[in-house]
Design a protein around this ligand. Structure first.
Ligand code: ARG
Length: 486
């Protein structure tokens, strides 16, 4: 996968090297029908090779499976099939070693580029490769093959992030911090619990990727332009050779549908929104106001004018980049919304923004893992932030519930005690004497004070899903098993 997310301009580096550019005829595949050569600017406008050259190895693999089947079925002579397959291997090697670079300007797309090369090098045999095939099913198979390779890579990157977070979470199952609602201190939790919450979301994203992978696992080759083929193609064999579970059920669907791309774009957008929210936490925690986290110096930046600054730029940028992936998803939905069946050239626009989403997510996952590994937590500060905001008030209400008071009445009692505390300048409820507490409710006994420390608030929430250390250890174990078992 490409590691640069400035991907709009320089993608698919497979072949940037200037050596031995393929001599292209610049004759479009459809030149038999249109006598006039396309106007240069117009040709460049409709070309997609700068984007789809990323699919070069998938296109080569698809062609090899197709041509081998053509030979086996007697649709083309076996020796021509053999020659084409061998030449495809050679092309693959030449591109990998940089001997051959993909010429952006003379071919319309990666499919035309490779077919032109085969014809140029093999003559008549080269011209046989496209029997029973259209670029419509060719691009659909390439795209799917590429995603089948890339999704497991994204999953591995995602698993790395989750493992980093779980390691940190494990270290901090007893590190007390405030949990927030409305960005107001709400109840004491632990850092381990908070980080495990992030992991639960990312683990679901991992599942979403597996789901996306399942649904794109159908081979479009043999669908032709839209209606299949009159030639005796062995679709099952091609599908099997390419590692798909089955050929697509309906040829028109196989060439026209792009919900597999939508689905992946959506997973990228969702995962990026998750990272963005975590980064927002980090940006807040890194502020002087919170001061919960200290990001490593090599994972922070300074200011060109303010000498004192240490900024959480990486977290901010990940948060910012989530906008791209949301935009890419909306662009793809909009692209598809009005398209009549089956193939339309509009579909060529499907790859660029999905590639960008994939690159963006991949980069951000790697950055997020590095940044989180570098993080130091200010545990004292986190703990002391649990004092003074009456975060134990819910625990007091639940104490009264345990003693038989209806919750609404318990809530009112606890609220009036909090109001008194504020009036009296008490920092926490424990500062109120039992005599005073009893004025609010006779149910209070000495044991109330045990329920009011941040540590006891946390420890008492030991039911499934709660923030008690023992329970969070269980959650970590489950998450770790899930993320590492796929
Ligand atoms: N470059 C095209 C795409 O990405 C390939 C398919 C072209 N098919 C066609 N009939 N013009 O969609």
């Amino acid at each position: 996968m490409k590691k640069s997310s400035g991907a709009k301009t320089k993608r698919a580096s497979a072949s940037r090297k200037p050596r031995a550019v393929a001599k292209q005829t610049a004759k479009p595949l459809w030149s038999g029908r249109l006598a006039e050569k396309p106007e240069a600017q117009a040709f460049a406008f409709q070309a997609s090779i700068d984007v789809d050259k990323r699919l070069v190895f998938d296109d080569i693999n698809g062609s090899k499976a197709h041509v081998t089947m053509l030979g086996r079925q007697g649709i083309i002579p076996k020796d021509s099939a053999g020659k084409i397959a061998k030449e495809l291997d050679k092309l693959s090697d030449e591109i990998k070693t940089g001997k051959l670079s993909i010429d952006d300007t003379s071919s319309e797309d990666i499919h035309s580029f490779l077919e032109a090369l085969l014809t140029e090098r093999l003559g008549e045999s080269g011209k046989m490769v496209h029997a029973g095939r259209s670029r419509n099913d060719q691009v659909a198979v390439d795209f799917r093959l590429y995603l089948k390779r890339v999704i497991p890579q994204l999953q591995a990157e995602l698993a790395t992030v989750v493992n980093v977070l779980l390691d940190t979470s494990q270290l901090h199952v007893t590190s007390i911090m405030p949990g927030y609602t409305h960005l107001q201190r709400a109840q004491p939790v632990t850092l381990g619990f908070h980080l495990a919450a992030w992991c639960a979301a990312l683990e679901r994203d991992h599942c979403r990727l597996s789901d996306a992978l399942k649904r794109l696992d159908e081979c479009p080759l043999g669908s032709g332009a839209l209606a299949g083929s009159t030639l005796p193609l062995d679709r099952k064999a091609v599908s099997l050779a390419l590692g798909f579970s089955r050929p697509g059920l309906n040829a028109m669907d196989s060439v026209a549908s792009r919900d597999f791309a939508l689905e992946l774009s959506s997973v990228c957008a969702i995962t990026m929104v998750h990272l963005s929210r975590f980064c927002e936490d980090i940006v807040l925690w890194a502020s002087e106001e919170f001061k919960f986290i200290d990001l490593g110096e090599s994972w922070s930046t300074g200011s060109s004018i303010m000498p004192q600054k240490k900024n959480p730029d990486f977290a901010e940028l990940i948060r910012g980049k989530s906008g791209r992936t949301t935009g890419n998803l909306v662009a793809l939905l909009t692209l598809l919304k009005g398209l009549p069946y089956a193939y339309n050239k509009d579909l060529q626009e499907d790859k660029e923004n999905l590639f960008d989403s994939i690159d963006t997510l991949s980069n951000c996952l790697r950055m997020f893992a590095g940044m989180m590994k570098s993080a130091q937590f200010n545990l004292k500060r986190m703990k002391s932030a649990c004092i003074g905001g009456f975060l134990e008030a819910t625990d007091m209400a639940e104490y009264l519930v345990r003693k038989g008071l209806p919750f609404r009445a318990a809530h009112e009692t606890a609220a009036s005690i909090v109001r008194d505390c504020i009036k009296e300048g008490h920092k926490n409820i424990s500062a109120v004497s039992l005599v005073e507490l009893k004025k609010h409710s006779k149910l209070f006994e000495e044991d109330i004070y045990k329920s009011l420390t941040p540590a006891s608030c946390v420890k008492a929430r030991d039911l499934p899903g709660g923030c008690a250390p023992k329970e969070v250890r269980r959650q970590i174990k489950i998450l770790r098993k899930k993320i590492n078992s796929r």
